[in-house]
Structure formats: C-alpha cells, structure tokens
Design a protein around this ligand. Structure first.
Ligand code: MG
Length: 121
C-alpha cells in the first residue's frame, strides 16, 4: 500500500471542501467551534441509526440496502466535516492520521494483544 497516495486523497477532499465553502461564501461560518459542532451532530445522526439495534445484529442489519445507504450518507457527512475542520485548524489530515496510526501500532504490538480488546492505560 502506498501511504503517500492514500494521504493525497485527504488533500483532494480538502481542496473540494475549500472550493465548495469559498464559492458559497461560507468560510465566514466555518470557525472551528461551528465545524466541530456540525461534526458531532453528524456523528449523532450516525449513532441514531444504530441506537436501538441489538449489538449482535447491528452489522447484518446495516448491510441491508436502506440502512446501508443511510450509513454511507452519514459517514460521508462526517468525513467532509472532519476534512473541513482539519483544514481550518491547519492540520494535515493525512499526516496526522498516519502518525497516530503508527503510534497505535507501536502501542499495541500484535503478539501481546492479539484477540484481546484494547484497554485504556
Ligand atoms: Mg447527515
């Protein structure tokens, strides 16, 4: 897998959202607090789809077309707001994500955690 190419997809969406916002003169509304609240709202919309599904059936139910479509839409909303928030905060989302992933890999070595749920330490 090519890390650089995958990080570039964040850059692609960053530029799409930057252009989208500028073209509508919505940059004035895109302060970090407002974007964060919008992001949390979208996460809430995704959570609502799963709210009362039995945990052991959630994955199967979410694969059914109508729920799967709604899950896709909410995840798309979440990513777009996250990309926009990162841009406004001058965070390189690709680099930040890769850096965090690398630290998680180091923190949870395969041999010592395989098959065990992660724990806060
Ligand atoms: Mg939504």
């Amino acid at each position: 897998m090519d890390k650089t190419t995958d990080q570039d997809s964040f850059e692609y969406f960053r530029q799409l959202m930057r252009d989208f916002s500028r073209d509508r003169d919505w940059e004035q509304f895109h302060d970090p607090k407002s974007l964060l609240l919008a992001l949390v709202g979208e996460i809430g919309e995704l959570a609502e789809l799963f709210q009362w599904l039995p945990a052991d059936q959630a994955k199967g139910l979410a694969s059914k077309p109508e729920l799967h479509q709604r899950v896709e839409e909410e995840i798309g909303d979440i990513v777009l707001y996250l990309v926009r928030l990162a841009d406004v905060l001058d965070v390189n989302l690709g680099q930040a994500t890769m850096s965090k992933f690398d630290s998680v890999v180091e923190r949870f070595p395969t041999d010592s955690v395989k098959g065990q749920a992660p724990r806060k330490s």
